[in-house]
Design a protein around this ligand. Structure first.
Ligand code: PMP
Length: 304
């Protein structure tokens, strides 16, 4: 059972979660003309009256960019002030996930982005681990990641998640935890809701922005953390066969954090995951406010 935070932001107001309801004729419901955000927050481990949000500014900027694709002018600052107030009103007591959503909120048919109202809502839920931090089994999906020329993949457009959903369910129904999607060129793109890295000879390799990936904020964080640890990252196309011979493979995203891939299509991958574990621990320490060097990445909200 999911535990939703009690207060939602809906139609420019804060209301009880159960009262935030939309009509069945809502345009975005029919055409996938929405875009989502997703960020994590935790009570400070030493002071539960302080809530820490990881890279709030980047999440707000990406949602604002996604809104732009929907012809909705919604500044990142506005999203940020709504989220801060949302957290203050909810006073979360455990690890949680915030889901802001922008969408064509008007009623009626005909796919379009002009001449239709848009809106922002925000709700939250308690969320511990999304995938096992110990590691996951993956398959290569028979579904391909969409191409950027068909859909703005740099934003989290809701319509794009049909492919993630197909891939995730295909993986689950064939006995795997997660799916890795190739792009239309047959190169590795990303997982159903995470970016992917491999480790070879102590260096990270990850598909670049020309490989139809989401501009993942955890991906960006991993590259910076690795660099600070003296680990180089190369952004280049990755073949599926390279996954099988990599020293380590891991997935990363806001919900999942950093998760090693233990097996791929029943091939056993590295059992050591030395580099992955190092990055995983560092990322967790940063999100918990234990790394002064990265304090710019952690937005603190006093809730008392
Ligand atoms: N790719 C997709 C398709 C996603 O949904 C996500 C989760 N937002 C990611 C990658 C990882 O992005 P982030 O690190 O910003 O959460």
């Amino acid at each position: 059972m999911q535990s939703f935070l009690p207060i939602a932001y809906f139609q420019n107001q804060f209301v009880p979660f159960g009262e935030a309801k939309i009509s069945i004729a809502t345009h975005a419901l029919h055409y996938g003309t929405g875009a989502l955000g997703g960020l994590r927050g935790i009570p400070h481990p030493q002071d539960s009256q302080q809530i820490l949000l990881f890279r709030l500014d980047r999440h707000c900027q990406r949602l604002s960019n996604s809104a732009r694709f929907l012809h909705y002018d919604l500044p990142a600052d506005k999203i940020q002030s709504v989220i801060v107030e949302f957290v203050k009103r909810n006073q979360p007591t455990a690890s949680f996930y915030i889901r802001p959503f922008v969408y064509t909120s008007g009623l009626g048919i005909a796919p379009r982005l002009h001449s239709i109202e848009k809106d922002l809502f925000v709700y939250g839920l308690e969320l511990q681990d999304y995938l096992s931090a110990e590691g996951v089994s993956c398959r290569i999906s028979s579904w391909y990641r969409q191409e950027d020329r068909s859909m703005p993949l740099r934003g989290k457009i809701s319509a794009a998640y049909i492919t993630s959903a197909l891939a995730k369910t295909e993986a689950a129904e064939s006995g795997f935890d997660e799916a890795i999607l190739l792009n239309s060129q047959g190169k590795v793109s990303e997982a159903s809701g995470m970016n992917i890295f491999i480790v070879r000879n102590e260096r990270l390799i990850t598909p670049g922005f020309d490989q139809d990936i989401l501009e993942g904020i955890t991906r960006d964080s991993v590259i910076k953390i690795a660099s600070d640890l003296g680990i180089e990252t190369i952004e280049r196309p990755v073949d599926r066969t390279e996954l099988l011979i990599a020293d380590e493979v891991f997935l990363c995203g806001t919900a999942a954090k950093i998760v090693p891939v233990k097996t791929l299509e029943n091939y056993q991958l590295s059992r050591q995951n030395t580099v992955t574990r190092k990055l995983q621990e560092k990322l967790i320490a940063i999100t918990e406010g234990r790394e002064p060097k990265y304090q710019d990445w952690v937005y603190s909200i006093a809730i008392s």
